[in-house]
Design a protein around this ligand. Structure first.
Ligand SMILES: Cc1cc2nc3c(=O)[nH]c(=O)nc-3n(C[C@H](O)[C@H](O)[C@H](O)COP(=O)(O)OP(=O)(O)OC[C@H]3O[C@@H](n4cnc5c(N)ncnc54)[C@H](O)[C@@H]3O)c2cc1C
Length: 384
């Protein structure tokens, strides 16, 4: 049986983020890592957008940044500078190529293509069964989805599902300095629905129709919504579709186990997808940074928490309110953007505001409905 100091099970966003962040530590300690994934990742299967104040490790693969964000709905139209933040985009294909190159050059990393069939922990070690072979490690970091049985009587389960097109237009119609974070001027029949418009140049943009709901739509529903938006809101008739992106991100307050003995969960599997927005990329970066800091400090990678626990309650409350349908998502987000500075909302959604700042934001919201959702969530949560 082969032993590694660390096994990274799953070489997607979080597995590779951790592997790259670990490199200086591995060099200094001469430790060995096995990074395993069942797919050779090359295709642009995801486009990650996020905001941050300072350039981080993956700045070299950021393909576009915006200093202004806009928000539109039938209630309000807002456009704001977001300094000190920038809203950024990374194409996963660039991220995979970049990380492949860095990791392949490193003698402390072994890359394996294989299916992880089982992970378990016993006697101070973690074990992985990969294509029938047994491997051991001091610690295993896994981003392989954990199997969970839904408890609908206790938790809320929504899906964020979306179809995006990179379109090339005949005329120059996009403002390249400004990204549209949410435009609710689209049908709200299927649930909370909005469109992102992320211009790459004046004639090219990622236009993504996004829905928060329990049920997925048919392919035609997404396509019709995108076509309508492009012709009616962008007032564009002549365009070509260059690329497509379809995705589903779980939005739930169902707690996930972030570690089991010597197995530490990363990314979506570790609960780092924000339940109320689906944003994950920045939380993965914060978590993997914290793991490496902890290793440097104590030699063990256990991280107690990356952000205060109260943010999970806020997310769960918003999720319950969205799912209840008592107030539309359009109204909730419109009020938030109308009555608060965009930078404060970004800081809040990043789980980085102080309690005082949060109280300030809460004062601007529909207090009665949020209190009702919080009560509802609390009663469900403590139901035996
Ligand atoms: C289309 C799409 C767009 C998204 N856009 C954004 C965005 O703009 N901003 C944002 O913050 N978040 C976004 N997300 C959410 C989140 O950032 C991504 O899902 C992100 O990839 C999560 O990283 P991860 O490491 O948890 O999972 P993944 O990146 O999916 O990595 C998990 C890896 O495990 C591998 N694997 C699974 N099972 C096995 C097995 N049994 N054996 C071996 N390997 C296995 C998979 O092949 C995969 O490579 C998006 C999600 C999707 C689906």
């Amino acid at each position: 049986m082969k032993h590694f100091d660390y096994i990274i099970a799953g070489g997607g966003c979080s597995g590779r983020s951790l592997a790259v962040r670990l490199l200086p530590y591995l060099k200094a300690t001469h430790k060995q890592v096995l990074l395993v994934d069942n797919i050779t990742k090359k295709a642009n299967d995801k486009t990650w957008c996020f905001w941050e104040e300072q350039p981080d490790l993956f700045e070299p693969v950021v393909c576009k940044k915006w200093k202004h964000l806009s928000f539109s709905s039938s209630i309000t139209d807002q456009e704001s500078p977001i300094y000190p933040y920038e809203y950024k985009m990374i194409r996963s294909a660039d991220f995979y190529t970049y990380t492949d190159k860095i990791l392949a050059e490193h003698p402390h990393i072994t890359i394996l293509k294989g299916t992880v069939e089982n992970l378990y922990t016993e006697n101070e070690l973690a074990y992985a069964i990969i294509d029938g072979q047994k491997y051991s490690s001091d610690y295993t970091f896994s981003s392989i989805p954990q199997v969970q049985t839904k408890k609908t009587e206790r938790y809320q389960y929504l899906l964020q599902h979306f179809l995006g097109w990179i379109i090339e237009t005949e005329k120059a119609i996009f403002d390249t300095e400004r990204a549209t974070l949410m435009d609710f001027n689209t049908s709200q029949k299927a649930g909370t629905s909005f469109v992102y418009v992320l211009p790459l140049n004046s004639k090219r943009a990622l236009v993504e129709y996004t829905v928060f709901s329990e049920q997925l739509l048919t392919g035609k529903d997404y396509t019709d919504a995108l076509k309508d938006y492009i012709t009616q809101q962008l007032e564009c008739k002549n365009y070509t579709i260059e690329e497509r992106e379809y995705g589903i991100i779980p939005m739930s307050d169902h707690p996930v186990q972030s570690q089991k003995g010597r197995i530490i969960y990363l990314g979506t599997a570790g609960g780092f997808t924000k339940a109320s927005t689906g944003y994950t990329f920045r939380f993965i970066q914060k978590h993997t940074t914290a793991i490496v800091e902890q290793l440097l400090k104590s030699g063990a990678p256990h991280v107690s928490s990356v952000f205060p626990k109260r943010f999970r309650t806020y997310d769960a409350t918003l999720l319950h309110l969205l799912a209840s349908g008592r107030v539309s998502g359009e109204e909730i987000f419109s009020t938030m953007f109308q009555k608060n500075k965009a930078t404060q909302i970004l800081k809040f959604l990043d789980n980085e505001t102080t309690l005082t700042e949060e109280l300030h934001i809460f004062k601007t919201l529909n207090k009665k409905e949020f209190a009702y959702a919080l009560l509802n969530r609390t009663l469900k949560f403590f139901r035996i």
